[in-house]
Design a protein around this ligand. Structure first.
Ligand code: AMP
Length: 267
């Protein structure tokens, strides 16, 4: 049967004695499944000691794919995490997130958002006015999945971007921002060496701050601020976790860098 127009989800998980070592997921046109699978296997092979590598390929049923626009990107150069968090908070406040949830989200990400203080696999979902946590399972969080760009679009963004990690984060954030109930998305990595973070939203795009945490901190995560009046736990979590979504680039993709010399200045 002809592969044209057919897509697949390709997932890899590598572990050592039951502990997660490496993983990855791509959503690709069927013609790219073999190269994508071998790249993911190469990633597993370079990840160190593993005793199990699982590769799963699932066909995406015809008509299940939806598209969502890629967010425009601005990189805001900041001197340190204090300046970064102040500017990220200003962006969240501008989007309508109340003061208490802004502070609560920053503290959670700074200290590990899981109830036991560690990192979560997925994101926190937080009411943008009260700061209440709305994710069904607060140890695991909501793990966004089944989202990618057309391979040519991914390559186009990669050529302009500093890292593959940034491209993955933009793709995830673009899917999250496409949900009507999402007001804003705040995130930074739990990799101790990776200090940038972002505030993303349909209204302001993807604002990347060069430092949202100190080097050496093992804590990070993502907080999706939602309008609790329109958030539907079952339907919206199902969309985030399972709705196959292709992020589409507009002709005039914007990736801007904004050096910020005066705290609080945004353009
Ligand atoms: P990373 O930016 O990949 O270092 O991930 C940092 C944190 O963001 C993780 O510990 C998770 O809490 C969260 N996270 C990473 N990937 C996802 C995802 N696909 N969906 C939701 N949250 C995620």
């Amino acid at each position: 049967m002809d592969d044209a127009g057919r897509w697949a989800s390709v997932r890899m998980r590598a572990s050592w004695r039951g502990r997660h070592v490496s993983g990855g997921e791509r959503l690709v046109p069927r013609a790219h499944v073999t190269t994508t699978a071998s790249r993911l296997l190469a990633r597993a092979a370079s990840a160190g000691h593993t005793d199990r590598v699982t590769l799963t390929v699932d066909e995406i049923s015809a008509g299940a794919l939806v598209t969502a626009p890629a967010l425009d990107v601005r990189t805001v150069c900041v001197a340190d995490p204090t300046e970064g968090r102040a500017l990220a908070t200003a962006a969240l406040r501008d989007l309508g997130v109340a003061e208490y949830p802004c502070g609560a989200a920053m503290s959670l990400l700074a200290s590990g958002p899981s109830p036991n203080g560690g990192p979560m696999r997925g994101a926190v979902i937080m009411d943008h006015l009260s700061g209440s946590r709305l994710e069904p399972n607060s140890e695991r969080g909501v793990r966004v999945s089944r989202v990618d760009m057309q391979p040519e679009d991914r390559a186009r963004v990669r050529a302009l971007a500093a890292s593959e990690r940034f491209v993955d984060a933009l793709i995830l954030a673009s899917k999250v921002a496409s949900l009507g109930c999402v007001i804003a998305d705040l995130g930074w990595s739990d990799d101790p060496e990776y200090t940038p973070g972002y505030v993303a939203s349909a209204a302001r795009g993807y604002e990347r701050f060069t430092h949202l945490k100190d080097t050496g901190s093992p804590f990070g995560g993502r907080v999706y601020f939602v309008d609790a009046a329109t958030f539907d736990a079952a339907a919206d979590v199902a969309r985030l976790e399972a709705q196959p979504t292709v992020i589409a680039l507009s002709e005039g993709l914007r990736l801007e860098t904004v050096p910020v010399e005066i705290p609080g200045r945004f353009v």
